[in-house]
Design a protein around this ligand. Structure first.
Ligand code: FES
Length: 135
């Protein structure tokens, strides 16, 4: 391989890493001044145990899950290639991407397969049979 190709590959890798770090590593569900706002996104009956649902709150696409009776909310877009994580499958407290099976912890957003990848997580609360997400 020629040196020029190696340099181009290094630049592309650097840009990809910068994109991943800048675009998908934030974990806070706080807005501007640190204040959290809860948005009603679904009723409890709309997300049966073991399933996911795509919802929107404050202009963000959010994957809502019911794992063993606990509700979790994470950013919907997989940071690998953009699949909808709401269509993924659940196992061991993680959502597995439907396209290439990268795993993301529902509580932390951490990815075991590629530790540099992470998805945003959101606080969830249930009130009166409705599900609220803070964002
Ligand atoms: S698009 Fe999610 S793992 Fe590839």
């Amino acid at each position: 391989m020629r040196r020029g190709h190696l340099v181009k590959m290094a630049v592309l890798l650097y840009r990809f890493n910068s994109f991943i770090k800048g675009g998908f590593t934030t974990m806070s569900s706080e807005v501007g001044n640190g204040e959290k706002r809860y948005h009603k996104v679904a009723s409890v009956g709309e997300v049966p145990m073991g399933s996911g649902k795509l919802v929107e709150a404050a202009g963000q696409k959010i994957a809502l899950f019911n794992f063993k009776g606990e509700h979790y909310a994470v950013s919907d877009m997989c940071p690998h290639r953009g699949a909808s994580l709401a269509e993924g499958f659940l196992d061991g407290g993680k959502v597995f991407c439907p396209w290439h099976c990268f795993d993301f912890n529902l509580k932390t957003g951490d990815c075991t397969m590629v530790p540099s990848l992470r998805i945003q997580t959101y606080e969830v609360k249930i009130e009166g049979g409705d599900i609220f997400v803070a964002c």
